[in-house]
Design a protein around this ligand. Structure first.
Ligand code: THU
Length: 140
């Protein structure tokens, strides 16, 4: 049994979930991330009639943090309409890795069931910024 998820992140993610635009899947997702400064940023999924254009909740939250000048994520909490804790999709695992390889991932189901994992466990052997060290496309 892991410890209960942080209440402030849970409230922020649930409030974001209520704004989800998910007319195609009917599957609403809310995500809240905490950055190194302690600030919280939330996102919801935003679907599109052209399905692949849809945006996941986690990447919406990351964009909100980055636009506020925050680039170090320490925790993320994800809620959805599913009774089971909703794991982040592969694309969001990769997006989170860029800003917090050591971050904790809290997954919360509709009825409050929760699990906490590390991003390292969810994305082993990840490709990240250091993979590009020494290449023209690497960070400078
Ligand atoms: N979804 C997320 O927002 N985050 C995830 O990590 C998994 C999937 C959304 C995308 C789509 O709008 C809906 O859930 C069904 O796939």
């Amino acid at each position: 049994m892991s410890a209960p998820p942080p209440e402030d992140l849970l409230q922020a993610a649930r409030s974001a979930l209520r704004q989800a635009y998910a007319p195609y899947s009917g599957f609403r997702v809310g995500a809240a991330i905490r950055t190194a400064s302690g600030a919280i940023f939330a996102g919801c999924n935003v679907e599109n009639a052209s399905y692949p254009v849809s945006l996941c909740a986690e990447r919406g939250a990351i964009a909100a943090a980055v636009v506020a000048g925050e680039r170090q994520v320490t925790e993320v909490l994800i809620v959805s309409d599913s009774p089971d804790p909703c794991p982040p999709c592969g694309m969001c695992r990769q997006a989170l890795w860029e800003f917090g390889p050591d971050l904790l991932v809290h997954l919360v189901g509709r009825n409050g069931d929760s699990r906490t994992l590390s991003l390292r466990a969810l994305l082993p052997e990840a490709f990240g910024p250091s993979s590009l060290d020494g290449f023209p496309g690497g960070r400078s």
